[in-house]
Design a protein around this ligand. Structure first.
Ligand code: PBG
Length: 354
């Protein structure tokens, strides 16, 4: 672009009246040649040149299910998020579907007496999740059902793997995850989503699904999942906090970004259909980098702690919840996410209708 002196580029006759007033009050050499604000002048203009548009199609709603009948409990650290018994969950799934949300991700609250170190209940064909998937597929067949593959909701130790003298066993855990994924596929899950971060689990699950004929069941891989304090409220919801130590020997170090690409490459080579970054907000740079490196759809998980922070500040009257929510979700899409798991999905769907 050639830049000519302000006087010739903008003769007074073509300036708007506002600019004309301003032009008189400042020296001609100070008049800007380029005026980016021209594209922000009206709402129609801003919408026309908008680079990122959030839609309800981008959203996946995580839902918590528990045993019992007629029960619903708000998660204390996640206002407006509930754990539902299966009968009430079905009503909620109908509401979610009516709002135009196309997909849900299920997480179970498992009674403590069913938890053990090997997460045996995770592959019970009549367990809570397989029953929930079957019931949802019966009640709302169109909604996409994504099931979580990990041991922590079923683990007496609160870990994503089998524990042996303080260590998390990898390959033994993968063998259990495979059984869990097969039971979920059998129940009717559209996608299985391994969130455990054991090595080699995506490939093992893909091979087992294919061998059993589940060639159309997809894998949403938690590829870059960080050891994050932002998961606190979720662990309250499922009563699944680790009984000892932390998850740093399997989840990623918050300081690493190149390692996220390594994990992503492995998951793609092992057969992932969608790769995910989690958490989202403190890892927008990781979402951006991953997007540059793959043509697969990229998912971001707007996790429980990110949700809780917005809810808490809004409850104090310190921020405007609706605007902050939309700004945050848009930032994830702008960074490169095609799909966003968010506890705000219902509120966002409503806001986007207006
Ligand atoms: C565990 C799992 C976690 C979340 C999803 N799956 C917690 C953890 O890794 O400890 C967190 C989701 C959230 O915080 O919203 N497999």
């Amino acid at each position: 672009m050639s830049i000519s002196p302000p006087e010739s580029a903008h003769p007074e006759s073509v300036l708007t009246s506002g600019a004309k007033v301003a032009a008189k009050s400042v020296s001609p050499v100070d008049v800007p040649v380029c005026r980016p604000r021209r594209l922000r002048r009206t709402d129609a203009l801003r919408r026309m040149v908008r680079e990122t548009v959030l839609t309800v199609d981008d959203l996946i709603y995580p839902l918590f299910v528990m045993e019992g009948e007629g029960l619903w409990e708000e998660v204390p650290s996640m206002p407006d998020c509930f754990r539902y018994s299966l009968d009430l969950l079905l009503d909620e799934v109908k509401v979610v579907h009516d709002l135009g949300i196309g997909a849900i991700a299920l997480f179970p609250l498992i009674p403590h007496h069913l938890k053990d170190n090997a997460g045996t209940e995770s592959y019970n064909p009549d367990g809570l999740i397989p029953r929930a998937v079957r019931a949802i597929k019966q009640a709302v067949p169109q909604i996409l059902v994504i099931t979580d593959v990990a041991l922590d909701p079923y683990s007496s130790e609160g870990h994503d793997g089998i524990v042996n003298t303080g260590q998390i066993l990898n390959d033994e855990t993968v063998a259990v995850l495979v059984k869990q994924a097969l039971v979920q596929a059998e129940a009717g899950a559209d996608f299985v989503a391994p969130s455990d971060m054991m090595d080699g689990r995506v490939g093992a699950i893909r091979r087992a699904l294919d061998a059993e004929g589940w060639i159309n069941v997809g894998i949403l891989a938690y590829s870059a999942k960080y050891a994050s304090a932002y998961y606190g409220p979720f662990r309250d919801a499922l009563e699944s906090a680790p009984k000892f130590g932390d998850k740093k020997t399997y989840q990623m170090d918050a300081a690493n970004a190149r390692e996220a690409l390594k994990e992503m490459n492995l998951d793609i080579a092992e057969g992932a259909d969608i790769v995910m970054v989690k958490p989202a907000l403190a890892y927008l740079d990781v979402i951006f980098r991953i997007k540059q490196h793959t043509n697969l759809p990229v998912a971001a998980y707007n996790v429980s702690g990110e949700y809780a922070m917005v809810k808490a500040a809004a409850a104090q009257g310190w921020i405007d919840e609706r605007t902050v929510m939309l700004e945050t979700l848009t930032s994830m899409k702008r960074a490169g996410a095609d799909v966003i798991l968010t506890y705000f999905a219902k509120e966002a769907a409503l806001a986007l209708q207006q």
